[in-house]
Design a protein around this ligand. Structure first.
Ligand code: NAD
Ligand code: TDX
Length: 359
């Protein structure tokens, strides 16, 4: 994919990874083209994530459109107006617990929304043969691992939550568009991201904010579930590498080379927050509380990212130690960043499923 990208539509740019990607384009890559952020601003979004970009580039190189990916007509009009040659598709319902509470939104956004956006992509491709559709997906589509082995790009799909089933479905639709219609697509499946701008309902910011306010730290089940953690800046770099060097129609796994049990992660976070706030670690460790398990909780994820490494030369730069220190420093510094909180219905559901102090 040697063509220079001039006008990129980023969907879900007001969310966690999308916002980091837009920052990465302007601040790390010095991208000179246009970036159009199409986001309908669900509970998971936070427009403050892009305040500094708005201030510098709004109306010249950065444009925000409050539109849903399900509205294909408006999305197409926006793409035509900005001569979009690239779609990087992040927009999704992204939280596994919420997909248990209310799966319908996941079907509507992740499956139907992606389908609508692919239809837009097909129309753009008819007018511009250099057009490319980049789909951001997850390792959760591959299911749950036992104590050994890792997911490769050839691992059969085996999603087990409404979230991962909806992402698997969207991946299939993207691949079908390549095979059936010749739409140039790229797909990446990555592990758990962490870093600045992440919504507080996700494990790491959830635990940091609970520690800082002296609340219990709810660990699901026995805490021995394993996730692979990827610093979001490394993920953004991987996306750009795939976009600029990847082979159209291919899928690339992206991992952080950092497998850790949830309980070890929470304990390490306690130690770090203690160091940063000059508080005895025991004060935070004493807040750990085991709560009922997440229904259908995947036991272990592990990513084999040798394909992107050997073919495109990408590997994660941040060790967990480095990534978590940057992340913590960021959360501790953000007195002005509004910490978007979950709505009441979700809070009630968390309380009834994971125990009173689980939300
Ligand atoms: P997020 O929940 O933080 O942000 C999602 C964004 O999409 C929000 O700004 C929201 O307003 C927007 N959105 C939702 N529905 C929309 C719609 N119909 N139209 C337009 N915008 C809409 O999500 P995230 O954690 O940044 O994840 C981004 C993508 O990466 C998702 O596709 C997710 O499946 C994938 N992913 C995330 C992780 C992770 O660890 N966070 C890991 C692997 C893959
Ligand atoms: O309070 C908690 N206690 C707890 O033990 C929370 C919020 C989570 N957990 C556990 C569940 C998981 O094993 O921590 C692990 C991580 O949980 P989440 O942050 O909810 O992430 P996960 O379910 O693994 O999914 C994330 O990574 C893959 C993203 O939300 C997805 O969008 C992505 O595809």
């Amino acid at each position: 994919m040697a063509t220079e990208r001039k006008s990129i539509l980023v969907t879900g740019g007001a969310g966690f990874i999308g916002a980091n990607f837009i920052h990465h384009l302007f601040e790390q890559l010095n991208f000179k083209g246009k970036v159009i952020n199409l986001d309908c601003l669900t509970y998971a979004s936070n427009v403050e994530n892009l305040k500094s970009i708005e201030e510098k580039y709004s109306g010249s190189r950065y444009f925000f459109e409050k539109v849903s990916i399900n509205d294909a007509e408006r999305a197409l009009e926006i793409c035509n107006r900005h001569a979009v040659d690239t779609i990087v598709h992040f927009a999704a319902e992204s939280h596994v617990d919420r997909s248990i509470l209310g799966p319908a939104a996941f079907v509507e956004t992740n499956i139907v929304g992606t389908f609508q956006l692919l239809e837009v992509g097909r129309k753009l491709h008819k007018e511009n043969s250099d057009f490319v559709f980049y789909h951001v997906s997850t390792d959760e589509v591959y299911g749950s691992l036992g104590p050994t082995g890792s997911f490769t790009e050839e691992t059969p799909y085996d999603p087990r939550s409404p979230y991962s089933a909806s992402k698997a479905s969207s991946d299939h639709l993207v691949r079908a568009s390549f095979h059936t219609y010749g739409l140039p697509v790229l797909i990446s499946n990555c592990s758990n991201n962490y870093g600045p701008y992440q919504h507080l309902e996700k494990l790491i910011p959830h635990m940091i904010t609970k520690m800082l306010s002296g609340q219990k730290l709810p660990v699901y089940g026995d805490g021995k579930n394993i996730r692979d953690w990827l610093y979001v800046g490394d993920h953004c770099e991987a996306i750009w590498t795939i976009l600029t060097k990847g082979q159209v129609g291919e899928t690339y796994n992206v991992g952080g080379d950092c497998e850790i049990t949830n309980i070890d992660l929470v304990r390490r976070l306690c130690e770090k927050v203690a160091k940063f706030t000059e508080t005895p670690a025991q004060k935070f460790l004493d807040l750990i509380e085991f709560v009922p398990d997440r229904p259908g909780h995947d036991r272990r994820y592990s990513i084999d990212f040798s394909k992107i490494s050997s073919q495109l030369g990408w590997k994660p730069k941040h060790s967990f130690e480095e990534g978590i220190e940057k992340t913590l420093r960021w959360y501790l510094d953000q007195s002005n960043w509004s910490r978007t909180q979950s709505g009441e219905e979700y809070q009630r559901w968390v309380a009834s499923n994971y125990g009173k102090r689980g939300g």
